[in-house]
Design a protein around this ligand. Structure first.
Ligand code: MOS
Length: 745
């Protein structure tokens, strides 16, 4: 293992290749594309949660200055890929994606009901305020607990025997009742919204010949291209999606949402390029959220601390019209060695918009509950929580009965505990105080599945010796371009400054969207093989020039030159090789994907978090004062950006644990926390120094670069570790997030 300290990460530590353009404002974000003739669209949204539109009064809005069009379900040009609405109109049945301006029905508060197109955004906003809608209101159901009796097996699961969301049992489903030491508890996480600083935005441009270009904030240009091509019945290549810079997304950009389709509709209807930017309030009803989820966990162990039974049941919220499923209970099947495990997952449809994936989707929710429950059982056993986890360490995947491709969670525990000085933890709560604050220690484990999708990359060496690498991947913040540059620089033996990585355009080589922590494992592998292929071509050309570089010799690349061996001092520059062969450029394009190893090994990222909190004994204020986070994600490609990603995940986890809560007023079925005054996220003053450590050992079975996903593992488990620390500080077990002061006094 490389020697690491938090301030001095090991050698692979490139600064962000796009850092300068981002901080100087030179990077163009979706709302910033200056297209000639651009006009502005603003959505008018429903003020009821369920019912239908009776009538519009548009007189005032239509005559307001600058208004070019008002689009509603009554005059919207049909979206060619959608079936014609039924006559008379019918409510969308469960399991249908929401279609904007399609029928008169209201499915949730904040649903777009009309769209103003005007010459300026200000005039569009003003006209939007003049739109009058009368509704036929129907009683709505938005209250989770009051409706939990209606939770059911998702339709998707009923239809698919092989669904990973099916009920699961290994061993004896009744084993819990016989365990010597038992706990049983219910855990609740409220709705939480991703709130990237950059709101979702799109500039939609139709060109001659029915060609569409969108500058759109999303997490996958190729999937957005596919979805828009399908909706507007266009050949894929007639749709281009451009999204090179993104101001955070956390999962909110994985799907194409109704506002994107609306902007494309508007641009078609007014025959002008249209810009649409969601207001902050609209971010709460337009681009999904982490669903309200209630979980029940029953854990049983022998007096020796050996787990005997786990039953984990989860109920998540979804909309009335569509199902969103996530891995709430699935991690429980895998994380510990336990002979008897049962999991069940249900959905509760409510009159709300559809949730979506939010960083660590399902796993962050599930591991809050499981890791809280593990802490509760450890306390019941009077056993150290880390020792309890080690006692139940899964040496192979207990769900699939397969060896791990690699697992260094034991090393993570040891390193994290050492750096945190876990040995100072007191078993009894309220045992330590400092400056009048109660001090507590908590820890949690985490895991996240390995995802690798087929990916392509192209590497081109230019006559000046520079290299451009391209792939239609994304960067929602982790620094994809920087990591890819590092991979290319490593393979080609070049200075990173001479490499340019291009992403975020649908015309680039096919790559998956940025989600599920899959970018480095998938696209990183493609970049690696494309650069290896380019290197091979270069060595072949060099071999034609000089015996020393002939195939089978020890030729190497470094400093942009080919050498006969590691010791050789007399190199041949890449540029000279091209020149000698009268080539302007040399290109290699490759695809990389998983093979048979997927069936031979179980592949996960692993990690653990150690948290210290201080709790004010009278006010219940919780301060996180120290965090040590440790992950085993195989090889670390670039320490500097990886470390930032881990820190960001921990910050998200602290927000989840202590602050984030989308509060709804159920009289109206409306969020009342729909701005940064109401929806609290951590600021710098809330965040202590976070120490990040990696095991940094390649997982040789997963892909050619030995690297697994980091984005989600960084947040999974953090909320549990905070809740466990709060218990250790106060003796109060808070099972409903967020842990706000009112719950502690
Ligand atoms: Mo992530 S929730 O897959 O952006």
């Amino acid at each position: 293992m490389k020697k690491q300290t938090p301030d001095n990460p090991a050698d692979n530590s490139l600064s962000r290749v796009d850092g300068h353009v981002k901080v100087t404002g030179a990077a163009t974000y979706s709302a910033e594309y200056a297209v000639p003739g651009l006009v502005h669209a603003v959505l008018v949204t429903s003020t009821i949660a369920r019912g239908s539109i009776k009538a519009f009064d548009l007189q005032e809005a239509e005559t307001a200055p600058g208004v070019l069009a008002i689009i509603t379900h009554l005059n919207a040009q049909p979206v060619p890929g959608w079936p014609a609405p039924k006559q008379p109109a019918e409510r969308a049945p469960a399991g249908t994606a929401f279609r904007v301006f399609y029928d008169p029905f209201i499915y949730f508060d904040g649903q777009p009901v009309a769209m103003i197109v005007a010459d300026t955004r200000e005039r569009a906003l003003h006209a939007a305020s003049l739109v009058r809608v009368t509704y036929q209101q129907e009683p709505h159901q938005t209250h989770f607990e009051k409706n939990i009796g209606k939770a059911a097996i998702p339709l998707n699961v009923q239809r698919s025997k092989n669904s990973p969301f099916q009920d699961y049992t290994r061993g004896n489903a009744g084993a819990w009742a016989q365990a010597e030491i038992r706990i049983e508890a219910e855990y609740t996480i409220p709705t939480q919204h991703h709130q990237p600083l950059e709101p979702h935005a799109i500039v939609a441009v139709w060109e001659a010949g029915d060609k569409l270009t969108v500058y759109d904030k999303n997490q996958g240009v190729k999937s957005a291209q596919g979805q828009l091509a399908q909706a507007f019945k266009l050949p894929r290549e007639h749709v281009q999606v451009v999204s090179p810079y993104i101001g955070g997304a956390f999962g909110s950009g994985i799907r194409v949402w109704p506002h994107t389709v609306a902007a494309v509709m508007a641009a078609k209807q007014v025959r002008r390029p249209v810009k649409l930017v969601l207001g902050r309030e609209q971010m709460f009803t337009s681009v999904g959220y982490r669903p309200y989820t209630v979980q029940k966990i029953s854990l049983g162990a022998g007096k020796n601390g050996q787990l005997q039974a786990i039953v984990h049941e989860g109920v998540g919220q979804t909309s009335m019209y569509e199902e969103h499923l996530e891995r709430t209970v699935q991690g429980t099947r895998t994380i510990y060695a336990c002979p008897n495990v049962t999991t069940r997952y249900r959905l509760l449809p409510l009159d709300v918009n559809t949730p979506t994936w939010m960083r660590g989707p399902g796993d962050a929710t599930g591991m809050f509950a499981l890791e809280s429950a593990m802490d509760e059982l450890a306390f019941a056993l009077q056993m150290d929580p880390l020792e309890f986890r080690l006692k139940n360490y899964a040496e192979s995947d207990p769900e699939r009965n397969l060896p791990w491709s690699a697992k260094a969670l034991r090393e993570c525990y040891a390193l994290g505990a050492e750096k945190f000085r876990w040995e100072n933890r007191q078993m009894q709560p309220r045992a330590v105080s400092r400056n009048g604050m109660l001090v507590g220690y908590g820890m949690a484990s985490s895991l996240y599945g390995f995802h690798r999708h087929p990916s392509k990359a192209r590497a081109v060496l230019r006559a000046d010796g520079s290299v451009t690498v391209q792939s239609a991947t994304m960067d929602i913040g982790p620094g994809t371009g920087t990591a890819m540059t590092r991979i290319a620089a490593g393979v080609l033996g070049m200075n990173a400054k001479k490499i340019r990585f291009e992403l975020g355009h649908s015309a680039l080589p096919d790559a998956p969207g940025q989600n599920g922590s899959s970018t480095i494992p998938s696209v990183g592998s493609a970049v690696y093989v494309a650069c290896e292929s380019l290197k091979g071509k270069l060595l072949a050309l060099a071999g034609e020039m000089d015996e020393r570089f002939k195939a089978g010799r020890q030729a190497v690349v470094r400093d942009g030159q080919v050498f006969g061996s590691d010791e050789d001092k007399d190199g041949l520059s890449f540029a000279d090789i091209l020149k000698h062969h009268h080539l302007n450029e040399l290109e290699a394009a490759e695809e990389s994907k998983s093979g048979a190893e997927r069936d031979q090994y179980s592949m996960y990222s692993f990690g653990c978090h150690f948290v210290e909190v201080q709790v004010h004994p009278l006010t219940g204020e919780v301060r996180v004062t120290r965090v040590v986070t440790c992950a085993d994600v195989g090889a670390i490609i670039n320490h500097k950006t990886a470390r930032s990603q881990s820190i960001g995940g921990v910050v998200g986890g602290i927000g989840m644990a202590l602050m984030e809560h989308s509060e709804m007023d159920h009289r109206f079925g409306r969020y009342v926390t729909s701005d940064f005054a109401g929806y609290h996220i951590p600021v710098h003053a809330d965040i202590p120094a976070i120490e990040v450590y990696y095991i940094d050992k390649p997982d040789v079975h997963v892909n050619p670069i030995g690297s697994k996903g980091l984005g989600e593992i960084a947040i999974v488990g953090v909320a549990g570790a905070v809740a466990n620390a709060v218990f250790n500080a106060t003796g109060r077990r808070i099972r409903t997030l967020p842990i706000t002061p009112d719950k502690l006094i």
